[in-house]
Design a protein around this ligand. Structure first.
Ligand SMILES: [Zn+2]
Ligand SMILES: [Zn+2]
Length: 165
């Protein structure tokens, strides 16, 4: 789905469940987990790579998982308090989130003639052009795809205390 649509859904969800609590939403570039909850910055983030391959329900589940972390507190981890909170707000245990983290990784990398990079979980079945070069489909901005070298993916560095996925 589009990042703009995902951001709108996230803002609505935060307004519903964390009203006036000062929490914000942002995208991150993680490849090994779907979302994260950062208590020190009061911020919930979702991987932009995930969003590209997710539908709305998958995205909502990832967001609810993280909102439950924000509500339950850092110490709750994935324990009973977090589980009760998550269930109350509608988290059903997303298949996407429970999958091994390696599968969150986008496996297809694309480059447009201007060098803008794109990623997808599956090889696109129709020709795609670069949205940064052209808002409409453009043969001149066609993206060429290559499979990611599994060994070449940089490790996602942990951000230390105060953050949970
Ligand atoms: Zn481009
Ligand atoms: Zn979690």
């Amino acid at each position: 789905m589009l990042l703009a649509d995902a951001a709108a859904i996230a803002e609505d969800l935060l307004a519903e469940h964390l009203p006036g609590a000062g929490w914000g939403f942002a995208f991150d570039r993680a490849t090994r987990r779907a979302g994260a909850c950062d208590w020190s910055r009061h911020r919930i983030t979702v991987s932009r790579h995930l969003v590209e391959g997710a539908d709305e329900e998958e995205l909502r589940q990832v967001l609810l998982h993280e909102v439950a972390h924000a509500l339950a507190g850092h110490r709750a981890a994935h324990g009973p308090r977090w589980r009760a909170t998550a269930a109350r707000i509608g988290y059903t245990g997303s298949r996407l989130h429970e999958r091994p983290i390696a599968e969150h990784r986008a496996t297809w990398l694309g480059t447009c003639p201007q060098g803008h990079e794109h990623s997808r979980f599956r090889r696109p079945t129709t020709p795609l052009s670069c949205g940064r070069c052209s808002r409409r489909f453009s043969q001149a901005a066609l993206i060429t795809w290559r499979r990611r070298d599994p060994g070449a993916a940089p490790a996602e560095a942990g951000r230390g205390g105060g953050t949970a996925a």
